[in-house]
Design a protein. Structure first.
Lengths: 393, 263
């Protein structure tokens, strides 16, 4: 059983991740986690998240993957103890001190080694296995043969990124943010300097930005070599991104396992993912090393989009009326589509829009305004409406 | 003092100086170094630098080379913990010196790691105050980087080649890059195993000399101009001013949480 692991920057995103098909989420607490400037979870929120997840037979992993400085240790043991009392399913750790602290203090927490530790080979994996690590989030640079070898020699649970933004460096092997902005990358303050431009001595403009990762072409092979968990990057992303990406991978995984995935469907899902992220994504290290084709240089071809049009708040079965919260401008005549976890995505042309007062309007142009549309197919709360761009095969 | 130094050399001639402890980048297992040596070129037991993160092929090749050449290895400075497991298998007295460039930042981490290794090199990304506190409390003697270009980024990608291909430029394996808003200059160097970005200036940490609990001081002279390494070292230890240097993070404490905006 392969696990689909989603990012969740806050409780709302966590609920969408589970609703759209994630088996587990990873979240950060207010301290000791990277993404220091995300909203993140208080201990009370983590407790709620765990209870919410466990009621649905899902899991919650908490990132404790800061690289400690002397002053950061204060409160750590108490925090870890609290996490164990809350019964989080695992913590994701990179600092060896934290791994050892959990073991030595016999804090009942499962430890997953963060990708920040950059494990690429069996001996490195074995070192961490001896420390008590149960799962390793491999370096994004791991190839198929690296993964296979580590699995064969360690038997550890392996987690691999399948989608999302990439560091230009090995994760954790970059302090450009520290030196240029004083923000500590390995304590969650990364200012993404690898997306800036630099001048060469002849004044030509140099850039080194990586395209995003997507592993659609190799999901099946990843399953075959023993990857246990497919991880999606993006704790700072919004609910539309989470819903779209998680639903897409849920469908892909299920279709692969049922042996029903076609090439046309792969192409379709790839287009959906690229459009949703507003960035190009490609497989990167699995079969060959990335080249210039896996990087952005000057000028990206994608344009910003406002595809997310509305969020379903309610559906009146009797009158076939959906209540939507507007998220981007739409109008009568637009061709859109509805998607959701229990819904076969379908196309819909907008013929009539009513506002909250039941008045007919031509456009939905106010952020978060409530509107009503007549839709014959049954919808559920948390389904979404987006611009239709691609034909489904 | 000099015999407590491990020096990463710049050129082959440097190795003729017999009174210097060199730290030799091993060809095929390093990134960010233009001058590397093979085991064939190493004549006596030496300190070896392995600063690559090693994939399956890399770790297997290294294991095989280490077994064949273990008498030539006095100590190993390594980034990848897999190297430690190989050294254990060799069952010899090779000194293990762990150097994960950016993660040895706290006394807690240092002491946790020292249970598995002989010594380690502190991250050069921390302040002088943090270094002094760690030295005071470390369970074993540890190592300090005191001179050389600070490494800021290590990528598995061939960033220079990729850029040059797209722009149809001749292939250069090293470039100086300038960032306008911060007025910083960086030096990028690439080989088939990836790209390293360094500060264009050399870190001068001589104020860290004479500290207690130091096993080795590390000097990397690969970007330093000199005729003779011994003469240059004499100047270095005489505290003569050096051109184009920086104190790095010694007085630059990093932050990681932005303060809320004032209304």
């Amino acid at each position: 059983m392969i696990e689909l692991l989603a990012p969740a920057g806050d409780l709302e995103k966590l609920k969408y991740a589970f609703h759209y098909g994630a088996d587990a989420v990873y979240i950060g607490g207010k301290n000791f986690s990277l993404r220091a400037n995300a909203k993140n979870f208080s201990l009370e929120e983590i407790a709620f998240a765990v209870s919410y997840a466990h009621e649905r037979q899902k899991k919650v992993y908490v990132t404790v993957n800061i690289v400690l400085h002397n002053e950061d240790e204060e409160g750590l043991e108490e925090y870890l103890t609290k996490l164990s009392e809350i019964k989080v399913d695992a913590v994701i750790v990179s600092d060896i001190y934290i791994v050892k602290l959990i073991k030595e203090k016999k804090i009942p927490l499962e430890v997953h080694l963060s990708t920040q530790a950059s494990v690429l080979n069996k001996y490195s994996a074995l070192f961490y296995k001896k420390l008590g690590v149960k799962r390793i989030v491999l370096a994004r640079e791991a190839s198929k043969s690296d993964i296979l070898d580590i699995k064969e020699h360690t038997g550890l649970d392996l987690e691999c990124f399948i989608h999302g933004a990439m560091c230009t460096s090995f994760s954790g092997r970059c302090v450009l943010s520290n030196v240029t902005t004083n923000r500590d990358a390995n304590r969650g303050g990364c200012a993404q300097i690898c997306r800036w431009t630099f001048d060469l001595e002849d004044k030509k403009v140099f850039s080194m930005t990586s395209k995003d990762l997507n592993m659609i072409p190799y999901l099946k092979e990843m399953m075959e070599v023993g990857v246990n968990s497919f991880k999606v990057e993006g704790r700072m992303r919004g609910i539309y991104y989470i819903a779209t990406v998680i639903q897409t991978y849920r469908k892909l995984i299920d279709k692969i396992q049922n042996n029903t995935l076609t090439e046309e469907e792969k192409d379709y899902y790839l287009k959906i993912l690229n459009r949703c992220a507003n960035r190009e994504s490609t497989p990167q290290f699995f079969h060959t090393l990335p080249t210039e084709k896996e990087q952005y240089f000057l000028g990206r071809e994608e344009v910003s989009n406002q595809d997310f049009l509305g969020l379903v708040l309610d559906y009146d079965k009797e009158n076939q009326i959906v209540t939507l919260e507007q998220r981007n401008y739409f109008k009568i005549g637009d061709v859109v589509e509805f998607f959701g976890p229990n819904l076969e995505t379908f196309t819909y042309e907008i013929h009539k829009i009513e506002n909250e007062n039941g008045e007919t309007i031509e456009v939905a142009n106010h952020p978060n305004m409530i509107v009503h549309l007549k839709v014959e197919k049954e919808l559920e709360k948390f389904d979404m409406m987006r611009i239709k761009v691609f034909d489904k095969p | 003092m000099k015999n407590k130094c491990l020096i990463i050399p710049k050129k082959k001639n440097d190795l003729d100086e017999i009174n210097i402890n060199f730290l030799l980048p091993l060809k095929g297992f390093c990134v960010g170094h233009k001058f590397e040596v093979t085991f064939e070129e190493i004549k006596s037991a030496s300190y070896i630098l392995i600063n690559r993160l090693l994939d399956k092929e890399g770790i297997e090749n290294l294991e095989s080379l280490f077994f064949k050449n273990k008498e030539k290895i006095k100590g190993v400075v390594f980034e990848d913990l897999g190297v430690l497991e190989i050294i254990k298998k060799l069952n010899s007295n090779i000194e293990t010196i762990y150097y994960p460039a950016h993660t040895m930042c706290s006394i807690h981490t240092v002491n946790a790691c020292l249970e598995y290794i002989d010594t380690l090199i502190l991250s050069p990304d921390i302040t002088k105050e943090e270094i002094e506190e760690i030295l005071k409390l470390a369970k074993k003697e540890i190592c300090l980087m005191i001179y050389g270009p600070l490494p800021y980024l290590y990528s598995r990608r061939t960033l220079l080649t990729n850029y040059q291909k797209v722009n149809q430029l001749p292939n250069q394996k090293e470039e100086t890059l300038y960032e306008k808003t911060t007025n910083k200059q960086f030096y990028f160097v690439e080989n088939e195993y990836g790209t390293v970005c360094y500060d264009k200036k050399n870190f001068d940490g001589r104020e860290l000399l004479q500290k207690e609990n130091v096993k080795y001081y590390i000097l990397d002279v690969q970007h330093t101009e000199y005729e003779n390494i011994t003469k240059w070292l004499n100047l270095f230890f005489e505290s003569k001013p050096l051109p184009n240097t920086t104190t790095g993070f010694l007085y630059q404490k990093t932050i990681y949480r932005l303060l809320p905006r004032k209304e």
